[in-house]
Structures are given as C-alpha cells and as structure tokens.
Design a protein around this ligand. Structure first.
Ligand SMILES: *[C@@H]1O[C@H](CO)[C@@H](O)[C@H](O)[C@H]1NC(C)=O
Ligand SMILES: *[C@@H]1O[C@H](CO)[C@@H](O)[C@H](O)[C@H]1NC(C)=O
Length: 372
C-alpha cells in the first residue's frame, strides 16, 4: 500500500548512494559466478500495480510513498531500491520461480536492451482510479502505467523493424501480472480522506472499480498482452495501519468490514476473469486468490512469531529511515505498517506459481499459465 507520514531529506545521500553502488557492483560480480539458472519459463515479464510490486518507479517522484532508503532492502541483494520490503516483493519471487536471469527493471530506468526481458510499471500508492491517494503526491496510476506500456510496445515494434505482427508475436509469449486495488479500498475508500465512502456504498464502489479495471485489462490486451495473472487484494483489513486507524472488530484481530469490502472486490474480479476468458479467447487470464491464501496460513507452523506487529516503523508510519529493524525478519508477517515481509511474499508468490489448493488460483496457476 502506501507510505503515509514521513518526508525525509538527508544531506549524506550522495555519499551513501556511491557506497551502495559499489556494494551492488561487488554483488553483481559475485552473482555472475554464483548464479546457475535453468531455462527461463517465459522470455519476458511485464508488471503492473502498486507498492506491493513497485521496484523503484517512485524514486524520482515527489511523493510520500517512497522506500528508496535503508533499512528497506536490508535483505535485498542491491539494498534499498524503492521496494517497500526488507527483501523481495511478490513479483521478484515470481521472477525467481520463473527462473528469469534478472529482476525486472522499473520503467523509470529500464534501458532499451532490458525492455525485451520485461518492464515493471508498478508505482507505490497507485490505484485503479486516478484520484486514489492523490494527497500522497505524485504516483503512476494504472491509466498512466498503461500509457507507459504503450511507449514500450512502440519501442519493441521499432526493434522488430516496425513489424507489428512480430511485436505482437513477441508479447504473446510474455507473462503479465497486475496487482492493484488495495489503495482504492484501503486509502481511497477507507483512508484518512475517505471521500468515496460518502458517495458510494462498498457494493457500488467495488462495482465501479471492477468496471474500470475491466476496461484497463482490455486495453492491455489490445496492446498485446496474452498471459495475464491478476493478484487479488489481500486482507488489508488486517494491516497494522488499518487496525490502528479503525480498531479491530469485536472478536477479531482485523477490521472485518474492510476485509468484507475486499471480498466484494475479489469475488467480482474472479467473475471478471471468467468473462475476459470467454470474450478474448486467444488470451488467458487467471485470478490469484491472495486473500484466501493468506487466511489459510498456519502462521505458527510456518515460523511466524509476530503476526500483528511491524518489523520496521510503527503501526501508523512507514519504515523510518536509517533505523534498525527487527533482528529476524522471517518471523514477521509485516515488514512495515502496510507491506508484507519477504517471508510472507515468498509464501504468496509460491502458491500463486504452484497452487496448493484449487482456490489458490482460478482457473490456473502461474506456472501453468507460463507453459501455455
Ligand atoms: C512481420 O513478422 C511476421 C512474423 O515474424 C512475418 O511473418 C512477416 O513476414 C513480417 N512482415 C514483414 C513485412 O517483414
Ligand atoms: C528466524 O526465524 C525463523 C522463522 O521462525 C527461524 O527458522 C530461524 O531459525 C530464525 N533465525 C534466527 C537467527 O533466530
């Protein structure tokens, strides 16, 4: 989700950056020798979404939703990159499971050579709706992410000698994941400035969201996407931020009415996937049921000892720059007030890639989608 209340400026940043850059170079060198990858399951992977998938697109924006400072990235090979996590996000783990050689670069910095392996357009605090989280500053909303993708498609077409058929053939083999909607519900509808909740009921607002999302997915299809996995919204009513803000429901550790709204959204999203598969028969869409995966977890058995507190920051703030986070990150479900830890992302992405129950992915998991 988002980063609500911190603005941070540090005069020592340039030096720190140099230091990290050196560290990254050393790591890249050692990685060259260490990495023994199998054959990638897809030639390219394009990513859309919010802070759960962002890989650095917000770094250059004037925004409160930023994470390009330590201790974010404390467990990531190249340190703080703008990922809202201690380590890998759900899309990074997905890239690893697909045996891709590199993590997918953000649109903001991707080079011409890199775009043929895919691009990450996701942006912290972005929503399906343009006005979502506007008070957090600049962000790349879903509609703009689609325009950025169009730019990439033009570049790829150019690389194929302006042969559109060849570009479409190329894109049809790529995996696309989209994870969006958390901010429309958690920040737009239930945020500090809940304007939409005055105008709409949860039922009306989720219908509106799905209607707009449907149009956006059809545009993605028109631009050439053919293998699309949609991450549903997680149990955001259990995030430390929203529990601190609204209070847990009686007999629950979560804000149940927020999770109920998430379920309205998710159920409609699953039906939308069926509709799209019926309409656009040369494409395959699948719905990843993060909510259900999350609710089915036996956290204690998985080694999570801290399930309702944050590893970094407080329940109402993002990870505070240059503070020391918890010692053992893999004991924590949440990295900060709104974002899962790498340990949690490993589980989400693992079951999205290889479904353990029929409800994890509908109709197919990401491994099966990649093989099509
Ligand atoms: C464009 O690419 C397609 C698929 O690779 C190929 O069959 C076709 O001959 C190409 N067209 C031109 C004009 O080169
Ligand atoms: C960290 O937590 C995990 C999960 O509970 C556990 O398996 C591991 O042994 C812990 N590591 C340390 C250094 O305590």
């Amino acid at each position: 989700m988002v980063f609500l209340s911190l603005i941070f400026v540090s005069s020592s940043m340039p030096e720190l950056k140099k230091c990290w850059a050196l560290f990254v170079q050393i790591l890249l060198l050692s990685n060259l020798q260490l990495c023994a990858h199998g054959e990638p399951e897809v030639p390219c992977y394009f990513i859309f979404g919010d802070s759960l998938s962002d890989g650095g697109n917000n770094n250059g924006l004037v925004s409160l939703a930023k994470a390009n400072y330590p201790p974010n990235g404390i467990d990531f090979p190249s340190g703080p990159t703008g990922r809202f996590c201690n380590g890998r996000t759900i899309v990074d783990v997905t890239a690893d499971l697909l045996q891709l050689e590199n993590y997918i670069p953000p649109f903001a910095t991707a080079s011409d050579q890199q775009i043929l392996q895919g691009v990450n357009y996701a942006s912290g605090s972005a929503g399906i709706r343009d006005e979502t989280a506007v008070f957090l500053g600049e962000r790349i909303v879903m509609n703009q992410q689609l325009q950025n993708f169009q730019t990439t498609v033009s570049q790829i077409t150019g690389m194929q000698g302006n042969n559109e058929t060849a570009a479409m053939n190329f894109l049809s083999k790529c995996l696309f994941t989209i994870g969006i909607g958390s901010n429309d519900i958690g920040v737009n509808y239930y945020g500090p400035l809940p304007l939409s909740s005055i105008e709409y009921t949860p039922d009306q607002f989720t219908a509106l969201l799905i209607d707009q999302y449907s149009q956006q997915l059809r545009i993605l299809y028109q631009y050439g996407a053919r293998k699309l996995a949609l991450f549903g919204v997680s149990q955001i009513g259990c995030t430390p931020a929203l529990v601190a803000w609204y209070g847990a429901s009686p007999g629950s550790t979560c804000v149940d009415y927020i999770n109920d709204m998430v379920q309205l959204f998710n159920n409609r999203l699953m039906l939308l996937v069926d509709d799209l598969n019926n309409d656009l028969t040369d494409a395959k869409f699948t719905y990843i049921n993060i909510f259900e995966i999350q609710s089915s977890l036996d956290l204690a058995a998985l080694g999570f000892r801290v399930t309702d507190d944050v590893c970094c920051g407080t329940s109402l703030t993002g990870c505070i720059p240059f503070t020391t986070p918890c010692e053992n990150r893999s004991e924590y479900v949440y990295w900060d007030f709104a974002h899962p830890s790498e340990a949690t992302n490993v589980i989400f992405a693992g079951r999205a890639y290889s479904a353990q129950t029929p409800s994890d992915a509908h109709p197919i998991d990401i491994h099966t989608l990649a093989q099509l």
